[in-house]
Design a protein around this ligand. Structure first.
Ligand SMILES: Cc1cc2nc3c(=O)[nH]c(=O)nc-3n(C[C@H](O)[C@H](O)[C@H](O)COP(=O)(O)OP(=O)(O)OC[C@H]3O[C@@H](n4cnc5c(N)ncnc54)[C@H](O)[C@@H]3O)c2cc1C
Length: 273
């Protein structure tokens, strides 16, 4: 296990906001069991849905590395994936092995563990669709034992591995689908920006959060370097020197204006720490 006492969390935060503190990098199950005994521990994936809003934490943050970065093809339709694996790495593996099933999710910058915990999805597809079983620190779980809801699950333990089932296709068909979904993402989202993706959950399919934020005139609105994206009003971006305080201020302004004008309470999708 590696322990960094003065780790700069802004380096791993997708929106590039973070404190300096202690980070444990977990290499194997023994490390994980040791960290699990600590008080106030919190597992991090790729930090693409988490905002480090404070300057100091008592929490013991840790990341999965080492054996949790493994991808193993079990047979022609089943793959075992470590929870620390970045989704882009899994996609590259799938392309190499001609596995189809996750093309819609391409471009989501999470780890497999973080994406399962958040039940990440896009274009009508959720990561849970292809899941068979999960391994967690509390033991093995069948998919049917987990409650998956809109960008949420009832998983309380650390996910260590996931088993997925896929179908076989051809490289050219897979690449064609990937290109289609990347094109859609680039058209609708601030691709590669410093952001945490959708800030709020959509209150309903006909009242998406971006539309409500747009309708109250906040597209492009900024609190210092933290701005509502001009490309997608539910994305908040860091123009450079943004911090947690400005992010929270912008979030409460959006919530207040949407409530005052539309009588709708927006719920955060981003996790504030
Ligand atoms: C540009 C951009 C585009 C995005 N597009 C989408 C999209 O289309 N669809 C979508 O659903 N999301 C999207 N997101 C949001 C984000 O990528 C997802 O929510 C993703 O699931 C977060 O994964 P992560 O590894 O970064 O998790 P983190 O942000 O690190 O953590 C999120 C939560 O998961 C928990 N967690 C992490 N790893 C584990 C583990 N091993 N076991 C248990 N819990 C764990 C953390 O403790 C935390 O509570 C986007 C984000 C960005 C920045």
């Amino acid at each position: 296990m590696k322990i960094y006492n003065d780790f700069d969390f802004s380096k791993i935060s997708y929106i590039r906001i973070g404190h300096v503190g202690k980070l444990f990098v977990i290499e194997n199950i023994d490390d994980l069991l040791q960290v699990n005994d600590l008080k106030g521990k919190k597992v991090l994936g790729n930090c693409s849905k988490i905002l480090f809003s404070k300057k100091n934490y008592r929490k013991n943050f840790y990341k999965l590395s080492g054996e949790f970065l493994k991808i193993e093809k079990l047979n022609n339709e089943t793959v075992l994936v470590g929870a620390g694996v970045k989704f882009s790495t899994l996609m590259n593996f799938m392309i190499k092995e001609n596995f189809t099933g996750f093309e819609e999710l391409v471009g989501i910058p999470g780890t497999v563990g973080g994406m399962i915990k958040m039940n990440a999805g896009a274009f009508g597809k959720n990561i849970s669709n292809n899941l068979i079983t999960l391994e967690t620190l509390d033991g093995k779980k069948d998919k049917s034992e987990i409650c998956f809801s809109y960008r949420n699950t009832d998983i309380e333990s650390v996910i260590t591995f996931a088993k997925f089932s896929f179908e076989k296709s051809t490289k050219s068909k897979i690449m064609k689908k990937i290109e289609k979904f990347i094109k859609l993402r680039k058209r609708n989202q601030p691709y590669k920006a410093k952001t945490l993706g959708s800030t709020f959950k959509n209150p309903s399919p006909d009242q998406p959060a971006w539309k409500l934020i747009d309708n109250v005139g906040l597209r492009g609105f900024c609190v210092n370097d933290i701005c509502v994206s001009t490309k997608h009003s539910n994305f908040i971006i860091n123009r450079g020197k943004g911090n947690g305080k400005d992010f929270l201020e912008l979030v409460s302004m959006i919530k207040k204006k949407v409530y005052d004008e539309k009588k709708i309470k927006l719920e955060l999708e981003v996790e504030i720490l």
